[in-house]
Design a protein around this ligand. Structure first.
Ligand SMILES: [Zn+2]
Length: 263
């Protein structure tokens, strides 16, 4: 963890300090070696939150974009189940930064626990093949345009891409982050309904962060919800597919993928 509690205050790990876990209250010791990022660890090997994953620099870079008091917030359900949310905004949105692979059931239990204001930011740069697969989808012929928003889709997206297969049908909002990979600088929102109705929406990372910081994420969420309704609504789908084909001819002229939506 990035923070321990000392005299009720959040402190970061430094050699010689001692602190307590904000969730279970047990003693934490600072780990300040050269290999892993500096963090607090439980004194006993037993972790108090089995959902917690070892943090990478990727996690820290994300957390650091938000105020200290929003980071590592303990969440308690009515039945006493307790977890530490990576980030919780004043609007009540919980943001989880997920680096490692999660089994379907684990993902579902988190979706349920943090429902309904829940956002996943998934590290898309963990496996090289994911980036390769992803770049294949971003062929210009797969662009769909809905009003001013550019989306990517393709028949059978769910089966062609491991990341999408793993994260499809999530109750929480799923954004893929490919970090500093040159062609994929935005966050990619995943909209899934079925293999034929799966879309990726590139949204500038700074914009998503800004909405969260300014307490306006609900506005962005409303745009996403209406987008989802139109894209995956049964009676509208035929029309959407039409638009794909119409736009295709026009889009072929575009030489490079802009991939930057302002929502
Ligand atoms: Zn603990």
């Amino acid at each position: 963890m990035k923070y321990a509690l000392l005299d009720g205050k959040k402190i970061i790990a430094k050699p010689g300090l001692m602190g307590h876990c904000p969730s279970c209250g047990s003693e934490l010791i600072p780990r300040c070696g050269n290999i892993k990022i500096h963090h607090w660890a439980h004194k006993s090997a037993k972790m108090c939150d089995n959902w917690w994953e070892n943090e990478t620099q990727w996690h820290r870079d994300w957390k650091n974009l938000f105020p200290n008091e929003w980071q590592e917030v303990v969440q308690i359900a009515d039945d006493g189940e307790k977890h530490i949310a990576d980030v919780k905004t004043t609007e009540g949105w919980v943001v989880e930064f997920q680096h490692s692979y999660l089994k379907h059931e684990e993902r579902e239990s988190r979706n349920k626990f943090y429902n309904p204001k829940f956002i996943w930011i998934v590290d898309g740069g963990r496996r090289k093949r994911d980036i390769k697969q992803f770049l294949k989808i971003l062929d210009i012929q797969n662009i769909v345009r809905y009003q001013e928003i550019e989306l990517f889709t393709n028949d059978n997206l769910l089966n062609r891409n491991t990341l999408i297969e793993e994260w499809g049908f999530s109750k929480g909002l799923v954004f893929f982050d490919f970090g500093k990979y040159e062609k994929l600088q935005d966050l990619w929102l995943l909209v899934t309904h079925s293999d034929l109705k799966t879309y990726l929406v590139p949204i500038a990372k700074e914009q998503v962060v800004q909405y969260l910081l300014e307490g306006n994420f609900e506005k962005l969420n409303q745009v996403i919800l209406s987008l989802e309704k139109i894209l995956i609504g049964d009676n509208r789908d035929r029309k959407t597919r039409y638009t794909v084909h119409l736009d295709y001819a026009r889009m072929r002229k575009i030489q490079r993928i802009k991939g930057r939506n302002r929502l």
